[in-house]
Design a protein. Structure first.
Length: 99
């Protein structure tokens, strides 16, 4: 399978970034457009990964350009907390502590 696993959404993000850059009225607008271009690159790379055009890991650099290590840690922590809650519930169910 080649391409299209995310319906080439990165093209729409690239187009939006270009439009914003052209119409930008402030440095904030221009910075946002530049960030969107990084997001588009990350979307491209992850779409190619999901479509088996890239191998595992080839998307990492582009994603790290838009996602901070702190955001990764926060997401992993939230996921771990949810998993812990599920585990605690399963233990209660298995030991008959749940009502």
């Amino acid at each position: 399978m080649s391409g299209g696993s995310l319906n080439y959404v990165y093209h729409q993000v690239e187009d939006a970034a270009r439009d914003i850059a052209v119409r930008a009225q402030t440095p904030l607008h221009r910075a946002f457009a530049a960030n969107l271009m990084k997001v588009a690159k990350a979307l491209h790379d992850i779409e190619w990964l999901f479509s088996d055009d890239y191998g595992p890991g080839q998307e990492v650099e582009a994603i790290r350009a838009v996602v901070t290590p702190a955001a990764v840690l926060e997401t992993a922590t939230e996921h771990a907390r949810a998993a812990l809650a599920e585990l605690q519930d399963a233990i209660k169910q298995a030991t008959g502590e749940a009502e």
